[in-house]
Design a protein around this ligand. Sequence first.
Ligand SMILES: *Cc1c(COP(=O)(O)O)cnc(C)c1O
Length: 227
Amino acid sequence: MIQITTSIDDVSRQISLHEGNYQRPAGSVRLLAVSKKHSAEKIRQVHANGIVEFGENYFQEALEKIHILSDIDLIWHFIGPIQANKTRGIAENFDWVQSVDRAKIAQRLSDQRSSEQAALNICVQVNLSAEASKSGIASHEVESLCQLVSELPKLCLRGLMAIPAPMTDFNRQRDCFRQLNLLFTNLQRHYPDMDTLSMGMSGDFEAAIAEGSTLVRIGTALFGERE
Ligand SMILES: *Cc1c(COP(=O)(O)O)cnc(C)c1O
């Protein structure tokens, strides 16, 4: 408990520091706690320290925690690869989906979001050129997927997300995030609801904040190593 409180303070302090150092307005970078592989009990402790947004990658694991924690008001983000047979559960149980990278998934999420629920907040996941990962849509196809998402009735296009290949060199990290920011600012002119640039994890969030991130997704630096 004391440990988790300390790491939340540390991460929050670093975010504020980077905002100041890179001429970002105070409070312009939100913290998403990535809780995959960590227990509902730990999430409760993190929430007790003022964090309300949590990110999960695995649908079954997430669903269990969402049910256990239904007595508290949390904002859940799905950030993992999406199988088509999981879209209903994701559409019904999450507030945000950050890993939309193809039209079929966008269409299903909109169709399966219940009519009583508000529109599902969406970030399109971009595969920046140098990435070995299979997730994410290529940069030149981002615009057409954003167009589709913006037209679907139960989706709200909020932004872009990317997971660059791990790099230790700070300037190379920045180069990568700068590309995403460029795409983002171009799209923002057409899509007024776009306000979220989701980039930066435990190992590269300083570079992401320097390049305009509005949401950092932090797991290890908050919770410690995953098993
Ligand atoms: C696991 C994960 C994170 C958090 O990574 P850390 O390095 O533990 O901070 C962020 N974003 C996504 C999409 C993830 O899968």
